[in-house]
Design a protein around this ligand. Structure first.
Ligand code: GTP
Ligand code: K
Ligand code: MG
Length: 438
């Protein structure tokens, strides 16, 4: 029998209302002890005086009774909507503690909901992401995932695979029977190929969903004094990085987080690229190049007066990267194919660059028809299912037993995605990312 857990589900501190939740077999009895009888009607708010075990009054509060299984966790649940003062909250929590309830672990309410089949693992992750969501794009992705978008995709794959498996197993069980056609194993070939294509498309999405969660990364690179830090400060709308006329001012990577087109974007300012004069600068240049390599987009910044730097920078940028001719106030006639012309100092022309960045972010992170996998965990599981299916397809004709085993491995990988098979450490990791009270 499960314990009865309790937690403050609203943030700690002062608030107009604070919500304390209870879940478990003792929740109803604990409510009766606190609020007296009769118990309120299920799912209807009732105003009650709450009494501590020593009969002292804790608060006048709204209480709600959610009998299982039609509750968030599937267990009997109670919500107490208290006045949100620290002493009120403390008194209510210690009354619950005295009555035998135990403090909930982070994510324990959701974990119980998962264990009672109220949601699958991807939906639980969507719920965690929804609570964490800070931008509109994150909210939309999390809500879709919480509502079952990924579950439907992964469960659909699993069902198709189980159908395909039946025909592979058919080959193993009746290898000699006349009514089982020779090529039976090949019946699985087309469905397997469809699944493989679908998984490949899902994986090949430029890590869109992961980026929506963690942020689209942009690196500003260029020669010393090109104006990278000045541009960063413009984009951040604050003095995030030090700007001076001394080349080599920026040494460490300076990161700024902004929202663009409803998505989180992390812009990194980096050390100017040149033959370093000392070990500190050399490390800065190494970090700059490393950041540039790993960014989703590079913005090359060049002093419009230097043709040499322009040439060097063009060599470092990839096709989809952006090039900025800065200090246009000092070289107003200067142009270069596809380059954004601006002055980071005055701000002239920065809006055009910003509009382009927004367009790129929207294009790469915006919603598509297929839901995006949103975590490295999903990517690993789909990759291992895919590898198993490819082996399976190869072995269909000459080693059907092995093909069947590969198909089973793929099913297992898909089941670990939705949490159908218990992978205890995966569950621990997913649920520990929740806040307490959820
Ligand atoms: N006239 C003019 N000066 C600029 C412009 N942008 C930057 N500067 C100046 O150029 C100098 C260098 O600017 P920074 O932003 O520090 O350049 P940086 O690329 O970050 O330099 P490092 O960190 O040393 O690599 C400063 O004195 C800026 O005020 C511009 O558009 N016009
Ligand atoms: K500088
Ligand atoms: Mg700088």
């Amino acid at each position: 029998m499960n314990t009865t857990i309790y937690a403050l589900s609203t943030p700690p501190g002062r608030s107009g209302v604070a919500v304390v939740r209870l879940s478990g077999p003792g929740a109803g009895g604990m409510l009766d002890a606190l609020a007296g009888l009769p118990r309120p009607e299920p799912r209807r708010a009732a105003l009650r005086t709450l009494n501590a075990p020593d009969a002292s009054v804790i608060d006048r509060a709204l209480v709600l009774w959610f009998p299982g299984p039609a509750s968030f966790t599937g267990e009997d649940c109670v919500e107490l909507h208290l006045h949100g003062g620290p002493a009120v909250i403390e008194a209510a929590l210690s009354a619950l503690d005295e009555s035998g309830a135990v403090p909930a672990e982070p994510g324990e309410f959701t974990r119980r909901a998962f264990e009672n089949d109220k949601l699958d693992l991807t939906e639980a992750e969507g719920l965690a992401d929804l609570i964490e969501a800070e931008t509109e794009g994150q909210r939309q992705q999390a809500l879709a995932q919480m509502s079952g978008a990924l579950r439907e995709l992964y469960e659909g794959w699993r069902e198709d695979l189980i159908v395909a498996m039946a025909s592979i197993e058919g080959e193993i069980d009746f290898p000699d029977e006349a009514d089982v056609p020779d090529a039976l194993s090949h019946v699985a070939h087309a469905p397997l190929s469809r699944l493989i294509a679908s998984m490949e498309a899902h994986l090949d999405d430029g890590r869109r969903g992961e980026r929506v969660r963690t942020g689209f990364s942009i690196a500003l690179i260029g020669a010393p004094n090109a104006g990278k830090s000045s541009l960063l400060n413009r984009l951040a709308r604050r003095e995030a990085a030090i700007v001076t006329d001394i080349p080599g001012t920026t040494r460490d990577v300076v990161e700024v987080r902004v929202t663009m087109a409803g998505f989180p974007v992390i812009i990194s300012d980096t050390a100017g690229l040149r033959e370093a004069v000392d070990a500190i600068e050399a490390e800065g240049v190494r970090r700059a190049l490393d950041r540039a390599d790993n960014a989703d987009l590079r913005i090359g910044v060049v002093d419009a007066r230097s043709d040499e730097d322009l040439l060097d920078l063009r060599g470092r940028l990839k096709d989809d990267d952006l090039l900025v001719l800065n200090k246009l106030d000092l070289a107003p006639q200067k142009r270069s194919e596809g380059a954004y012309r601006l002055s980071a100092k005055s701000g002239d022309g920065v809006d055009m660059l910003e509009a382009k960045i927004e367009e790129i972010v929207r294009e790469r992170l915006g919603a598509r028809e297929l839901p995006a996998l949103s975590r490295a965990r999903h990517r690993r599981a789909v990759e291992s299912a895919l590898a198993a299916l490819k082996r399976c397809r190869e072995r269909l004709a000459d080693a059907p037993e092995l093909a069947g085993e590969d198909a089973r491995l793929a099913v297992r990988a898909l089941e670990s995605l939705t949490g159908r098979v218990d992978v205890e450490d995966v569950l621990d990791r997913v649920f520990s990312q929740f806040c307490i009270g959820k």
